[in-house]
Design a protein around this ligand. Structure first.
Ligand SMILES: Cc1ncc(COP(=O)(O)O)c(C=O)c1O
Length: 379
């Protein structure tokens, strides 16, 4: 692995490279080891060069229209810019949407295993999480389980990640249609977190849930950001299409400063990504797909007992390592004994035991070293 890459990465103050001891290679939180999109870097640099740190809504004001155009060009859905609002981050928008719509005791359906903050958001404020596990074979939606979940007394909302973290599923129009149907039947709000929609591998397609129909859009809050695709999560900027009138009105009625305002670096970096970032993104996805396939090929050849459904989207691999008897917390064992920092499956809900999540958004030499270390420990 190149010393140059490692030197840069070890100099970062981000949590990814600072959580573990120096000899550990981290592959956990969903930041990329690749430098962020140059157009976003340049946008922030221009602010710095101008000393342009005063109150500033230059980019934030443009984002609703720009996001709408980006979404239409890339995913064939044109959200109404009038209904698009800028948030500080996606999880802020998730929390506020659920908080305005649900009361204590209400149930929020989540599809597990799932991005750990979803588990906390579903249960915050006295809410109840209603677990709807995906089918283990290919991580497809289980319509029967969903119907049962929605029929539970007090079910009030669905919190969906599409594409899905950690499994990398880009749900099909058919699966999304099943979710929409159940939501309609039980009058549920859908919060569709589509933060990963621009990291989709060739051969798969992202279908925005709200694109299914006007009626579906009217019960959906769609959230997105440039953060995952362009590697700018620390700049904190997200966008939300508030298709659901009740949530939109409740958010508009909040006292003006409750949600804060996005900072100009985040807004400028996002604006640059959504207006000029496409060529870089396409090269980056080629690299990520190559890393995904390389990981898959090495696992198949060298650790055939690891079960792995290659993700259709994201740069996250959800690995079933249960055949290797690594104890209750497989990630902890691999940290201690292989010196790789993966995410623990246990954090993704009760069905995550025996799994680890590996972030493969890194250079080929670093990924190879991570795989070498795991292979050495498991062989
Ligand atoms: C599905 C999903 N939603 C939300 C987030 C976090 O987004 P933000 O930092 O904008 O809150 C992540 C981060 O990895 C994610 O995977």
């Amino acid at each position: 692995m190149s010393e140059h890459d490692l030197e840069r990465l070890r100099s970062l103050t981000s949590i990814k490279w600072n959580r573990f001891d120096d000899d550990v290679l981290p592959a956990w939180v969903a930041d990329m080891d690749l430098p962020p999109a140059p157009v976003s870097v340049e946008a922030v640099r221009a602010l710095v060069d101008r000393g342009d740190f005063g109150y500033n809504f230059h980019a934030a004001k443009q984002l609703p229209e720009v996001f709408s155009a980006w979404e239409e060009r890339r995913h064939g859905w044109r959200p109404d810019p009038e209904r698009v609002r800028v948030f500080c981050d996606v999880m802020q928008a998730v929390d506020v949407a659920l908080w305005t719509h649900c009361k204590p005791g209400d149930g929020v359906i989540v599809f597990t295993p799932v991005y750990p903050p979803f588990l906390r958001s579903a249960t915050a404020g006295g809410r109840r999480m209603i677990d709807c596990p995906l089918k283990r074979d290919g991580w497809r939606l289980d319509p029967e389980r969903l119907a049962a979940a929605a029929a539970e007394p007090g079910a009030r909302a669905i919190l969906l990640a599409n594409p899905h973290n950690p499994t990398g599923r880009a749900f099909s129009a058919e699966e999304l249609g099943a979710i929409a149907l159940v939501a309609e039947r039980h009058d549920l709000l859908i919060v569709s977190d589509e933060i990963w929609c621009d990291v989709v591998h060739p051969g798969s397609t992202h279908v925005p849930l709200a694109s299914l129909s006007e009626a579906v859009a009217a019960r959906t809050v769609t959230l997105s950001a440039a953060s995952k695709a362009f590697n700018i999560a620390g700049l904190h900027c997200a966008v939300g299409h508030l298709g659901h009138d009740g949530v939109r009105e409740a958010i508009e009625a909040l006292p003006g400063h409750v949600l804060g305002a996005v900072g100009s670096p985040g807004a400028e970096a996002t604006l640059a990504a959504f207006t000029q970032g496409e060529p870089w993104l396409s090269d980056t996805i080629s690299h990520l797909t190559a890393m995904r396939d390389h990981l898959g090929a090495r696992l198949a050849a060298e650790l055939p007992l690891v079960r792995f459904a290659p993700p259709q989207a994201t740069y996250l691999a959800w690995l079933d390592v249960s055949a290797y008897e690594l104890g209750d917390d497989c990630a902890k064992t691999l940290l201690d004994e292989a010196r790789v920092g993966l995410s623990s499956g246990l954090d993704f809900g009760e069905h995550g035991s025996g799994f680890v999540r590996l972030n493969f958004a890194t250079t080929a030499p670093i990924l190879d070293e991570i795989i070498d270390r795991i292979v050495t420990r498991l062989s």
